[in-house]
Write a protein that binds this ligand. Structure first.
Ligand code: FAD
Length: 559
């Protein structure tokens, strides 16, 4: 009998049930930098054209399929805490999946934690922000210790004796995750511990106490007793910690190990079970006489640590802009391959409206973020310094707050498969609220904007000076700015109305940047859709006349 002849019964029963057609494929093996026109333009515009080649190499590296997989693995296998070893010794060891370590290694070896400090030059912050933006699209959780290490430098430098000891290893491009004393390592990471159970925004409520061991003052050793309710990346080699000293709330630098090689009792009680940011360990801790050196002036803890917090807030802008880019890239890619009712999704008018609107949001977020990166590069210029002071909280509030709905809409573009855990979308969605909440939640940012305007009125002049070059390019924007100018002077109920004011300031900044620098299709649609008073709107409600096809084409990555 001829077993290969067609039509035998087994063939019929084993016949494939269907052909898989009309589905997308993974968005992998593409250059995250080169395929992002808005990013390439922003890097050049804001002063880091010299980094173009390096960013292109980095974009190719992190866009490889096997590299993107690291992001999924680091989140599928979350960190675990071993408080003690099997013999009963306290070890406070957090174990991570190798994928997490691989991401940390790349980030540190590329200087994402330190390049503007080790190689300060025009565009250094812009180049570093662009690298961080690309790497965050692969995975956001590891960005927490990278950001904190990066951000710790300005605070460390308030006390030269400590900076001299710590800065070389904190900025070194060496990742050493071992749970051993800092003396045994060539590269160190730094975290921060401010939040306590009774207060996170209002750290003045901190009850952790600092007791001097001998002499008192900056650089001197103390013992800290108390607790910290959120300590992320607890495997860091040192932490900036707030505690009450005689003079009031003060900042301290607390190492994980004492110089004598014994464990410093910053004890990890448990790891938080988080809805997002899963690859990053966040712990609850107790400080049982932990050694720490005073950083900055006694009683000026907030002033000292705010140097660090300003940088972490900036990185929240970068991170949420990256989240938006990652989400819209997935949506654009999917809709360029999937058809429904006889046409590709990205050719259908209503889907074009949604996709283009998501792109506009992401372009506005990126433009503002990279503009602030330049302000950080040029802080010696008073205008840039004032801008950084005012517009970091504006951008942190606005961009982070816009991200969750953006992630959800991008997920919906993909349909049911976008909800599945083997798609990147659930991870992007669960990550999306985090930046808005930590490092000063939304209201706290808006109140900080008010504080800046009241204490340093020159920030308001700097803000309008920044908008001035855009005057005349869009009648809508001109009207928006005039109205804003009038309303900013109104102090009645200022705190109550703060969100509304900051929303308008953020949109003015974004629109001004886009009308000056983005293609007309992007700038026109942004102004037409965002600068009106029609009230709440969903994505996909761009007014008629928007050149959606051009907006979509510019942003769609070619894998
Ligand atoms: C994943 C994750 C990791 C974290 N890691 C760290 C870490 O490593 N180190 C660390 O120190 N902290 C960390 N935090 C804590 C975080 O910074 C705090 O949760 C945050 O600052 C808010 O503090 P809270 O939770 O005590 O909320 P609260 O301070 O109680 O605030 C609750 C709400 O009230 C609002 N609010 C506060 N004051 C006002 C006001 N005057 N007017 C109007 N509204 C107001 C806030 O905006 C917020 O929406 C982490 C948090 C998360 C989610």
């Amino acid at each position: 009998m001829d077993m290969t002849s067609p039509g035998r019964p087994a063939d019929r029963f084993l016949a494939s049930t269907h052909e898989v057609t009309n589905v997308a494929r993974e968005l992998v093996d593409y250059n995250l930098y080169r395929e992002d026109a808005a990013l390439v333009e922003a890097v050049r515009r804001e002063g880091a054209a010299w980094a173009d080649d390096a960013l292109a190499r980095f974009g190719a590296l992190v866009g490889r399929a096997e590299y993107l997989e690291l992001g999924a693995l680091a989140n599928r296998f979350p960190p675990e805490l071993d408080s003690h070893d099997r013999f009963g010794n306290r070890v406070d060891l957090v174990r991570f999946h190798p994928a997490y370590h691989a991401l940390m290694k790349t980030a540190i070896e590329h200087g994402l934690h330190s390049s503007p400090w080790t190689d300060p030059k025009p565009g250094a912050h812009v180049a570093r922000a662009a690298h961080f933006y690309l790497h965050t699209q692969v995975e956001a959780g590891h960005g927490c210790p990278i950001t904190m290490t990066f951000a710790s430098l300005p605070s460390l430098r308030t006390t030269p004796a400590l900076a001299g000891l710590w800065e070389p290893k904190v900025t070194a491009r060496v990742y050493d995750p071992r749970n051993v004393p800092d003396a045994a390592k060539q590269g160190l990471t730094v975290g921060m511990a401010m939040t306590e159970k009774q207060g996170g925004s209002d750290v003045r409520a901190n009850t952790t106490r600092a007791h001097p061991i001998g002499a008192e003052g900056p650089g001197e050793p103390y013992e800290l007793v108390g607790h910290k309710f959120f300590v992320s990346a607890p495997m860091c080699d040192a932490f900036l910690v707030l505690a009450q000293a005689k003079a009031g709330l003060t900042c301290f630098l607390l190492p994980r190990w004492r110089p004598d090689g014994t464990k410093n009792p910053l004890q990890l009680l448990r790891l938080k079970r988080k809805m997002g940011n899963v690859s990053n360990a966040s712990s609850e801790t107790e400080l049982r006489g932990a050694l720490a050196w005073m950083l900055g002036e006694p009683g000026h803890g907030v002033r000292t640590i705010i140097e660090m917090v300003a940088m972490t807030r900036f990185d929240c802008m970068v991170g949420s802009s990256a989240g938006q880019r990652a989400a819209v890239a997935q949506a654009l890619h999917h809709c360029s391959l999937r058809s429904a009712f006889g046409a590709l999704l990205n050719r259908q008018p209503l889907m074009q409206n949604v996709l283009a609107d998501l792109v506009l949001e992401s372009e506005g977020a990126l433009a503002l973020t990279m503009r602030m990166a330049r302000a950080l590069d040029q802080r010696a210029d008073p205008h840039e310094d004032l801008l950084a002071r005012l517009c970091t909280p504006i951008g942190k509030y606005w961009i982070c707050k816009r991200t969750p709905n953006h992630a959800y809409e991008a997920m919906e573009c993909i349909g049911g498969s976008g909800v599945m855990e083997d798609s990147p979308m659930p991870r992007l969605f669960r990550e999306s609220p985090v930046n808005a909440i930590w490092e000063g939640s939304g209201n706290v940012q808006c109140l900080d904007v008010l504080r800046a305007m009241r204490r340093t009125p020159a920030v308001v002049d700097a803000f309008f000076a920044e908008l001035a070059p855009a005057r005349g390019a869009s009648a809508r924007l001109d009207r928006w700015v005039v109205d804003l100018q009038r309303d900013l002077g109104d102090e009645d109920d200022a705190e109550y109305r703060a969100r509304g004011v900051v929303d308008r300031m953020a949109l003015a900044l974004q629109a001004a940047l886009l009308v000056r620098h983005a293609p007309a299709a992007v700038a026109d649609a942004f102004c037409a859709s965002r600068l009106d008073s029609a009230g709440p709107r969903n994505y996909g409600t761009l007014p008629s006349g928007a050149d959606c096809a051009a907006i979509i084409a510019r942003a769609t990555p070619r894998a």
